[in-house]
Structures are given as structure tokens and as C-alpha cells.
Design a protein around this ligand. Structure first.
Ligand code: ADE
Length: 234
């Protein structure tokens, strides 16, 4: 998998790259690259944004700047890109990132992530150069870098070799193995802390009973989350 992140702040990813699962993924041959819009701007003084037509607060990332950066990186007219790879703009109003979308993205050979800043992208970037918009939640971040990191984190940890052992990502919250439900609770030593004991079944060594308990717990958590998301009236 090859991920290109377009950003005004590539340094923001330094910490991210040092995280073990990311470093593991890179050591396994996956690639994480960065393109700084500012390095490719056709405008003077490193300009990348402009005031919105029609007025209003904030600045908008210019379409000619994004075009130049994409053209430089891929050597083609960027209107051709969405037909050949997923070019994803990180926006608050995009398709909400969930485990199914992460699986979809992890199955790709290459991804392009466009981080916006300020008020976001000139609409023509979204209309002509991207295949989709992805949101990490219905709130507005100051920029798309954190959102791009969230996407990279969730995708990279699904790739073989990123986590310590192969099964870690198979049976986890929202996975098919758990019918899309949140994961069951985990406990480790000490088995009794301040009188808070670990459920007996987990100490039983009985794999069948442990499995049943975990599935039941996972379903119970899903039901609880559904009630919290949609509380009864009154
Ligand atoms: N850019 C700003 N806010 C965002 C969000 N919530 N998700 C994705 N990209 C964003």
C-alpha cells in the first residue's frame, strides 16, 4: 500500500511515523509519503489560499495550487486520477469513516489523502480532482492533518505485519468476527484490585465458555451504544 498525504504541514506527521504499527507497516514495504502544497504553488511568496468569492470569513485552498501539487506528484492531468486511484479529500461533511470504509481503503494498493486548511477546499478541487470526501466526525477541525492521520492509522493497522500478531485486528471492535459490535471487555493482572474482581469465567480456562461470554458482552455493549445514540423520548 502506498499512501500520499497532501498537506501544508508534513512535519505534523513526524510523531505519527514513530508509532510502532506505522513503523512496522513501513518496514513491511508499505509507503507513506507527503507532498507539501506550498512546494508546488504556481503563485508567488508561497501563496496557497485566497479569500472566498462572495465574502465571508476564512481562507480557501486554491484549485490551481492543488492541481499543481497533484500534477507534479503523478505526472498526469489530475482530472484523470480519480479513475485510477482513490483520491480522498478530508472534509467535515464527507462520508463518515467507519470500520467498513477502513476495510475498503485497506484493500486498495494506493491512496491519496488531501488535507485542507482554513475554510477548506475550493469546490472545484472536490468536483474534479477527488473521488470522494471522507469525514472523521461531524465537527470541524482546524485542518485535515489530524483526519488524514486518523485514516492512515486505522488503515495501516489493518495491513499484515502492522500489529504484533496477525489476529489482533480480526477480532476487535466493529469487526465482522464480532458482528460489527464493540469489542468485549478486557482484564489483566491483578485479578483483584481494591476488591474489583475479574469475571470468574475469564479465569476458568474454559475456552468455549469464555468465547460465549465475550460474544454476549459484545452484543450487550452494542445494545447499550444503540440506546445511548437513540434514547427513548422523555
Ligand atoms: N477537516 C476539518 N474537519 C474535518 C473532519 N471532521 N473530518 C475530516 N476532515 C476534516
Amino acid at each position: 500500500m502506498e499512501i500520499d498525504v497532501f498537506t501544508l504541514f508534513p512535519d505534523a506527521f513526524d510523531w505519527f511515523e514513530r508509532q510502532r504499527h506505522v513503523a512496522n507497516a513501513i518496514a513491511h514495504g508499505h509507503r507513506l509519503g507527503y507532498v507539501n502544497y506550498r512546494d508546488h504553488t504556481p503563485l508567488g511568496a508561497g501563496q496557497v489560499d485566497d479569500t472566498p468569492f462572495g465574502g465571508g470569513a476564512g481562507m480557501v485552498l486554491r484549485v490551481d495550487v492543488v492541481e499543481a501539487a497533484l500534477r507534479e506528484r503523478y505526472g498526469v492531468d489530475p482530472i484523470e486520477l480519480p479513475a485510477t486511484r482513490r483520491v480522498i479529500a478530508l472534509t467535515p461533511g464527507g462520508r463518515l469513516l467507519d470500520d467498513a470504509l477502513v476495510d475498503e481503503l485497506a484493500a486498495e494498493d494506493a491512496l491519496t489523502l488531501l488535507s485542507g486548511r482554513y475554510e477548506g477546499f475550493d469546490q472545484r478541487v472536490l468536483d474534479h480532482f477527488t473521488s470522494e470526501e471522507v469525514s472523521i466526525g461531524r465537527y470541524v477541525l482546524a485542518g485535515g492533518e489530524l483526519a488524514a492521520m486518523v485514516v492512515c492509522d486505522a488503515v495501516l493497522r489493518k495491513l499484515p505485519g502492522a500489529l504484533g500478531h496477525e489476529h489482533s485486528a480480526l477480532e476487535e471492535s466493529f469487526s465482522k468476527a464480532l458482528e460489527g459490535a464493540p469489542e468485549y471487555p478486557h482484564y489483566t493482572r491483578p485479578s483483584d484490585f481494591r476488591g474489583w474482581t475479574v469475571p470468574e469465567v475469564l479465569l476458568s480456562g474454559h475456552h468455549g465458555r469464555i468465547r460465549d461470554w465475550r460474544v454476549a458482552q459484545s452484543r450487550e455493549r452494542a445494545a447499550r451504544a444503540a440506546r445511548a445514540a437513540d434514547p427513548p423520548p422523555g
